[in-house]
Design a protein around this ligand. Structure first.
Ligand SMILES: C[S@@+](CC[C@H](N)C(=O)[O-])C[C@H]1O[C@@H](n2cnc3c(N)ncnc32)[C@H](O)[C@@H]1O
Length: 211
């Protein structure tokens, strides 16, 4: 089966994004002329369903871009839910903030501007859901930093774990870092995980033992 055709079929049978999210995508395309960093509807709807299934209240996201996944997750959170999203590129901040302000779910979101390794320690408390989607080089450091702050039963979703297939024979620094993280997670006895071949690869990790 042609994977591209299968993906089109899967998308045709996947819940649509909300109108405001569709508008965010359109504005991102218009203003930036590239949206390939946006995680997309298959990942977005999966995040929304996982948040609802897990009953998550407190979410941390690394890698906001223009806010697609942040707003998608905020829509899925309960009224008293909170989402912290980390981004360092001011170029994307304006679009993200505009749509967070426009959405009725935007009040759940705190946008933390700065390098994630520096902003994560400024956010207090534990997280019951984490979406890792920032710079791939730092994936192993992010995991080490955040895994201890994941609640028991908490979920971490990691995007781009296949990195276009490069992880099979990693030769670049990014592919090596992603592969190192996947091996690190596989060795971690306090979690269970599944790597899905959805889009560019997604790993879903669940914390089963509090370290
Ligand atoms: C793949 S995009 C995120 C896409 C977003 N989650 C979505 O679905 O629309 C990765 C983002 O991480 C940001 N980023 C890269 N390195 C970072 C760092 N060290 N700290 C914070 N953000 C970073 C980039 O500027 C970029 O916007």
């Amino acid at each position: 089966m042609d994977l591209r055709v299968a993906e089109e079929y899967a998308l045709a049978h996947t819940t649509e994004d909300s109108d405001i999210i569709k508008e965010l995508i359109a504005v991102s395309e218009e203003d930036l002329e590239f949206t390939d960093m946006l995680s997309g509807r298959q990942v977005g709807r999966l995040l929304a369903i996982l948040i609802k299934l897990s009953g998550a209240h407190r979410v941390l996201e690394l890698g906001t871009f223009t806010g697609y996944s942040a707003l998608t997750m905020a829509e899925a959170l309960p009224r008293d839910g909170e989402l912290f999203t980390c981004e360092y590129n001011k170029r994307y901040e304006n679009i993200a903030r505009t749509f967070f302000e426009k959405s009725e779910h935007g009040s759940k979101i705190t946008l933390c501007m700065g390098k994630a390794l520096e902003t994560i320690p400024t956010i207090d408390g534990e997280f019951d859901f984490v979406f890792l989607d920032a710079d791939k080089i730092n994936y192993p450091s992010y995991y080490e930093m955040i895994q201890p702050r994941l609640t028991l039963g908490g979920i971490m979703v990691i995007d781009n774990v296949l990195w276009g297939g490069e992880v099979l024979e990693p030769s670049t620094d990014k592919a090596k870092a992603i592969d190192r993280l996947s091996k690190q997670i596989h060795r971690d006895k306090s979690v269970e995980q599944v790597m899905l071949t959805v889009r560019d690869g997604i790993t879903v990790v669940r914390k089963k033992v509090k370290a």
